[in-house]
Design a protein around this ligand. Structure first.
Ligand code: CP3
Length: 362
């Protein structure tokens, strides 16, 4: 008998019981009791680590994402060093765009730059759905990683339609997202088709990662906090919901994160997340109220706190743990309110992991 995947049958399958199934991280995602609060860091792999800078020497960012052995090593570096409760797959949100043929590069110190921005109906033709054959190196790297990680879960990820659209329409990083919003407000039909096509690419990218063995996925809508709730609901949420729906049947936890999203937390949960990521601007007990019952929360220490003395880091970390009590007995994943930044002291991060573990024993 041939194997049928949960996605093919279209049924709500129980979560896959891989070696990581009973890890503190996956248990917290499912809001089950945990021995200690699990902790990992967004952007834990990368320029804060000397071993990362060394291994990446001379290899452009996007090329490094296409080398499975290198991806495996970079993904494992922070797990070995910090003893975090989960690994995040080393890749980038623009990798699937490159894979479907968009001319994109990641410029050091700048970020993703698009050679030909997407601004007209004709431009949309360049955004075709992503097929597994477009990213064989992703499947291979995840296979290597899952074998090596054992009971440590691997988190897959993708960029959400709004955040990807902002890079594609602006042509690169942007402060005010003016061209993006001009299209959203001024050409709503073109916009709707753009984010719908991006939802298909993103869903395709997440499916490849889940089929290859990741045990949770995070949808990064990093820049969506620039929108008012009504605009989010009308112009963005349908596309994000399409992504979450497309992977629901696999039964792996789905995390949804953005920066400056205090006013959007409830809607971001409703879009289909099992876990809502919270930045540092809203305390977790208030975030729990805004998100409502039935969802785990991830966050939310201000990354800048890592630059303060150890005693301050510990006081602030304790405050996060205390605020998380409002979520209930379980259902909290400790993280920063945004990613690790290049100048951060790796030892401070390692100490923080140990501190969270010690101070959240059940
Ligand atoms: O979290 C991890 O450790 C996994 C790896 C990861 C990267 N990018 C590697 C990376 C993840 C999860 C991302 C997601 C990503 N990429 C997001 C969403 C997360 C967030 O921070 O909000 C966004 C917006 C991007 C786009 C992007 N790629 C930016 C803004 C940059 C930084 C540009 C710069 O040089 O300042 C990148 C490049 C990038 N992606 C780096 C890494 C480690 C740095 C590249 C390098 O080492 O030169």
């Amino acid at each position: 008998m041939s194997e049928t995947t949960a996605a093919q049958t279209g049924q709500q399958a129980p979560a896959r019981r891989g070696a990581a199934y009973d890890s503190a991280f996956l248990r917290a995602c499912r809001r089950e009791p945990v021995p200690h609060t699990p902790v990992w860091f967004m952007r834990q792999a990368g320029r804060s680590l000397p071993e990362y800078l060394k291994i990446r020497e001379g290899i452009p960012m996007l090329e490094s994402c296409m080398r499975p052995e290198l991806v495996k090593e970079i993904t494992l570096q922070p797990v070995r060093r910090h003893k975090v409760d989960a690994a995040i797959f080393f890749s980038d949100i623009v990798v699937p765009l490159k894979a479907v043929g968009i001319d994109v590069d990641i410029k050091p110190g700048i970020g993703p730059v698009i050679a030909d921005p997407i601004r007209t109906r004709e431009d949309l033709q360049r955004l075709r759905p992503l097929e597994p054959d477009d990213v064989p190196y992703i499947t291979e790297a995840i296979g290597l990683l899952v074998a090596e990680l054992g009971s440590t879960p691997l988190i897959g990820f993708a960029g959400a339609p709004y955040t990807l659209a902002s890079y594609l329409v602006e042509g690169g990083p942007s402060k005010n997202h003016e061209r993006t919003k001009a299209m959203m407000y001024g050409e709503p039909e073109l916009w709707a088709e753009l984010v719908d096509r991006l939802a298909d690419i993103t869903a395709g990218f997440l499916k490849v990662q889940i089929e290859a063995g990741v045990s949770a996925v995070q949808l990064f809508d990093s820049w969506v906090g620039s929108l008012a709730p009504d605009d989010y609901r009308r112009s963005v949420m349908p596309a994000s919901t399409k992504v979450f729906d497309a992977v629901a049947s696999y039964g792996v936890p789905r995390i949804h994160f953005g920066v400056g999203t205090g006013e959007l937390l409830g809607l971001m949960g409703q879009a289909g997340a099992d876990v809502v990521g919270v930045d540092w601007r809203v305390p977790l007990h208030e975030a729990a109220r805004r998100v409502g019952p039935g969802k785990a929360l991830q966050g939310n220490l201000d990354p800048a706190v890592l630059f303060a003395p150890t005693s301050v880091i510990e006081t602030k970390a304790r405050e996060v743990l205390h605020s998380a009590c409002a979520i209930g007995e379980s259902g909290h994943i400790f993280n920063l309110g945004h990613g690790v930044t290049p100048g951060m002291d790796p030892d401070a991060l390692s100490r923080l992991v140990a501190f969270v573990h010690e101070n959240s024993q059940r």
